[in-house]
Design a protein around this ligand. Structure first.
Ligand SMILES: NC(=O)c1ccc[n+]([C@@H]2O[C@H](COP(=O)([O-])OP(=O)(O)OC[C@H]3O[C@@H](n4cnc5c(N)ncnc54)[C@H](OP(=O)(O)O)[C@@H]3O)[C@@H](O)[C@H]2O)c1
Length: 297
């Protein structure tokens, strides 16, 4: 069999490509930028073909699933995200692929307070109507999200985020990729909706303390206001509308604890318990060992 993987240079798509290659499943990985294609080709993964296509280009996408059996669909939360997802779903249906595994979010609904959760819902509706057998993955907060905030850690090891004491069932992206690999290759024809979490619900303070234990640094959380977070998140290069969505997620959904529910879906699907925050810290120890406070403005 062969699998088409979008977002093949991204956090989850990159790991899905690697995981499938390790299992000797041929892959066609799609990226948008030539630099990303070059970096992926440099990894020299066996059986991995890399193509550069803008998923928003409705004329180019139909060729992508030619000769593939399954599709892993991940798109970034951009203003044309729904158009990208529709293009891929329609192309998969037209090509007669057997299964599409879509990375979505928890709380996807037309009434969601976050724009990308409404977009994911609309894409799920398209998928359900497409006739292609599917799995929708709804992962919790990625542990990997912490990596982008490393430059914000101050000289005392403190990271300010607007999540208060909200616990979240944070998940390692490698577990999302492992579940995706099973779903893509199982041959199952039923439709599945999987809520994926890590093994425990942690506040950002508890997560940082555990990362600190692994990397030999004292790390902790201090609360931030929505406004302070917005200012800094936009300064990182994020679009203001997207920053508003992330601020709503952190301050309005994660702070009150709505992201804390644990499921056993990772272990049921893969046969292996989900990775802990300590596992994540070991995987990224070099990143967290960096000197602090390089960008505290
Ligand atoms: N972070 C979380 O906690 C969380 C939780 C649940 C669900 N999610 C969902 O996860 C998804 C993001 O996944 P991720 O973090 O793995 O993404 P990511 O690391 O941001 O990667 C994005 C990928 O999409 C590619 N891409 C971007 N625009 C493209 C375009 N126009 N055409 C073709 N390819 C394009 C990029 O390629 P280039 O490298 O070439 O630019 C890259 O490979 C979102 O849909 C989000 O809603 C996230």
């Amino acid at each position: 069999m062969k699998v088409l993987v979008t977002g093949a240079s991204g956090t989850v798509g990159g790991l899905v490509v690697r995981t499938l290659a390790e299992r000797k499943v041929p892959v066609r990985g799609v990226v948008r930028r030539q630099e990303s294609a070059a970096a992926l080709r440099d990894q020299d993964l066996p059986g991995v073909e890399v193509v550069v296509t803008d998923l928003a280009n409705a004329d180019a996408v139909p060729a992508l699933p030619a000769g593939v059996d399954a599709v892993f669909l991940v798109t970034a939360n951009t203003s044309d995200q729904l158009a990208q997802e529709r293009n891929v779903i329609r192309a998969a249906a037209a090509a007669g692929v057997q299964r599409l595994v879509k990375l979505s979010v928890g709380g996807a609904s037309p009434e969601a307070p976050i724009a990308f959760a409404r977009v994911h819902h609309a894409a799920e509706q398209e998928l359900a109507a497409s006739g292609v057998a599917y799995t929708v993955l709804r992962p919790a907060f990625f542990m990997d999200n912490l990596l982008q905030f490393i430059p914000w850690i101050d000289a005392s090891g403190r990271l300010a985020l607007p999540t208060g004491d909200g616990a979240m069932a944070m998940i390692h992206s490698r577990d999302i990729a492992d579940v995706a690999a099973v779903e893509l290759t199982s041959g199952s024809t039923d439709n599945r909706d999987l809520v994926l979490t890590g093994p425990e619900a942690l506040t950002i303070d508890q997560a940082l303390a555990r990362v600190g234990d692994v990397v030999g640094r004292s790390l902790s959380h201090i609360d931030a206001t929505r406004e302070d977070f917005l200012r800094r998140y936009v300064a990182l290069g994020n679009a203001p509308d997207y920053a508003e969505d992330i601020a709503t997620l952190y301050d309005g959904i994660l702070r009150p604890g709505y992201g804390a529910t644990i499921t056993d879906t990772v272990e049921k699907t893969t046969g292996t318990a989900p990775r802990t925050i300590s596992d994540f810290a070991r995987d990224h120890a070099a990143d967290f060992a960096q000197p602090s406070g390089t960008n505290n403005s």
